[in-house]
Design a protein around this ligand. Structure first.
Ligand SMILES: [Zn+2]
Length: 104
């Protein structure tokens, strides 16, 4: 399966200043590839380079930012909690299909 990359936004190329798309893969590694000067680079998660690139991103929240999780209860939910009606999974439910694939 091909690696899924998330586009975080555009930052100026380190080399020529041309706006380049900053991408993040599943491992958290950031990559850029510049069309103008042909430079390509990557920065592993947590490195100074990754932090620098992220700081260059526009202030607006990128679409890839996960929503803040709701505060979790101190104890796990009891099993006898009433369940929401389950929607049947059908081949015509692309979202359900995708979620199934992510569960692996
Ligand atoms: Zn460049």
């Amino acid at each position: 399966m091909a690696a899924v990359k998330t586009k975080l936004g555009r930052i100026p190329c380190d080399c020529c200043g041309h706006p380049v798309v900053l991408k993040e893969n599943e491992a958290g590694t950031l990559t850029v590839s510049c069309d103008e000067c042909d430079v390509s680079a990557f920065a592993k998660k947590g490195t100074a380079a990754a932090t620098k690139w992220r700081a260059k991103l526009p202030a607006q929240a990128p679409e890839s930012v996960p929503k803040a999780p709701a505060p979790a209860p101190a104890a796990p939910a009891p099993v006898e909690q009433p369940k929401a009606p389950k929607k049947p999974a059908t081949p015509f439910d692309p979202l359900g299909f995708l979620n199934k694939g992510k569960a692996a």
